[in-house]
Design a binder for this molecule. Structure first.
Ligand code: SF4
Length: 406
């Protein structure tokens, strides 16, 4: 079994670190707000220059490789106390499709993913449904837990003990106590900031009746993860009623937290897509140009942070996003659908590898925690420590195992 404490230096050799990269004399200074606001609205004639700058920075950061996380998607519960205007995932109790997974279901999916070479168990779930629904309180009581977060913690531990997968929980807002508890059973976790625009909480706006989408509360969770040194994934959602300048402000808020705590392992730039039946079904989607500008500006604002965009939300020409400076394709499953965007299947992994190769990159499988953050987990407790040692290759990416199917 590999010694986890030996991994980071190898990882740093190949992928660099915030400290080593920032010391490079050739690195240009990060973009100011004023410059970012200019570029996020730049005319088409200037887009090529913006993209070239973003690509140059991506090349300095991690040349030649685009990563993805081979995962199973575990929608632990789709009950949620929030009602975001763009969401097709959430259900009320009794609605068709409302479901809370049992431990047997969690384990069956995780074991099936293990056979297909997955290394991540992504737990995505609604935020605190038991606070709104007595039915969820009854479900949790039947399962033997006081809250959804207690149940999530137990399921992360179950996956760690019974499979080779590493959990990555995405449960919504978390207190400092819950960040601490969940970090004992997962190497990384996530919470999308989405936006810092509080006007989106207004009646009929995207976050009307979504108490967990108050930006200051989400920033507090991300900051608390930083104080505890937890490798953290966050990002912005574009096209939900915010302005281009709001996108810059959300990215700056993430950059500020990363400058203070150094814990943001990746930033996602996700685009709103219209889906039938959602309250925002009549809202326009952001254009391809909006998406390219937002990604490129994110790269210019954070030259040394992993930057990701989901390919299935930019079909059919998702490889165009590589031109804007991303270095990761997100979690992709060979087994489970994208339950958040079920109408948009993930690309087949062989096709993704081929289309990435045609753009000049090698597609590599990573763990839910990025190589340069493994050093933060050197004192992880069991069984997390053993799972990390077994899953990480010498370069900090995923140790690729033989699979029983493609
Ligand atoms: S996006 Fe998340 S928080 Fe909002 S309604 Fe859907 S599941 Fe709930």
């Amino acid at each position: 079994m590999a010694d986890i404490t030996a991994l980071p230096s190898e990882a740093v050799k190949l992928f660099g670190s915030a400290a080593s990269e920032s010391a490079r004399p050739s690195s240009p200074p990060p973009l100011s707000r004023e410059e970012a606001c200019h570029w996020v609205r730049c005319p088409d004639d200037d887009l090529a220059e913006l993209l070239r700058s973003a690509r140059d920075l991506r090349y300095r950061f991690k040349p030649g490789v685009i990563t993805y996380s081979r995962k199973v998607f575990l929608p632990l519960t789709n009950l949620c106390r929030d009602y975001c205007g763009y969401c097709t995932f959430r259900r009320d109790p009794g609605q068709p499709g409302a479901h809370t997974m049992t431990p047997d279901e969690v384990l069956a999916v995780a074991k099936a993913g293990e056979k297909l070479g997955c290394t991540e168990a992504l737990f995505s779930l609604g935020d605190k449904p038991e606070m709104l629904f007595p039915e969820m309180r009854e479900t949790l009581r039947h399962l033997g837990f006081n809250s959804t977060l207690h149940y999530l913690e137990a399921m992360c531990e179950l996956v760690l003990r019974e499979t080779t997968l590493l959990p990555h929980p995405n449960p919504g807002l978390m207190s400092s106590e819950w960040i601490s508890r969940l970090s004992a059973v997962s190497p990384s976790m996530g919470l999308m900031l989405e936006t810092t625009n509080e006007a989106l909480l207004a009646v009929r706006a995207a976050h009307d009746n979504a108490p967990d989408k108050v930006p200051t509360r989400r920033l507090r969770t991300i900051e608390e993860a930083g104080k505890q040194g937890v490798p953290f994934t966050t990002g912005i959602l574009i096209g939900i009623g915010e302005s281009a300048e709001d996108r810059v402000d959300a990215l700056l808020a993430i950059r500020d937290l990363h400058q203070r705590y150094g814990h943001i392992q990746e930033v996602i730039v996700q685009n709103f897509r219209v889906k039938p039946g959602i309250p925002m079904h009549g809202s326009p989607e952001p254009s391809r140009g909006d998406m390219l500008r937002a990604i490129a500006v994110a790269r210019l604002l954070m030259p040394e942070v992993n930057l990701q965009a989901p390919p299935n939300l930019s079909d059919p020409d998702y490889e165009d996003l590589l031109a804007a400076g991303i270095n990761d394709w997100a979690g992709i499953s060979p087994l489970t659908p994208d339950f958040i965007n079920p109408e948009r299947p993930w690309p087949h992994l062989q096709e993704l590898a081929e289309r990435t190769r045609r753009k000049g990159f090698e597609l590599r499988q990573r763990l839910p925690v990025y190589p340069e953050f493994l050093s933060r987990l050197a004192s992880a407790r069991e069984p997390l420590a053993s799972r990390l040692s077994a899953s990480a290759a010498a370069d900090g990416l995923a140790r690729v195992r033989k699979r029983t199917a493609a």
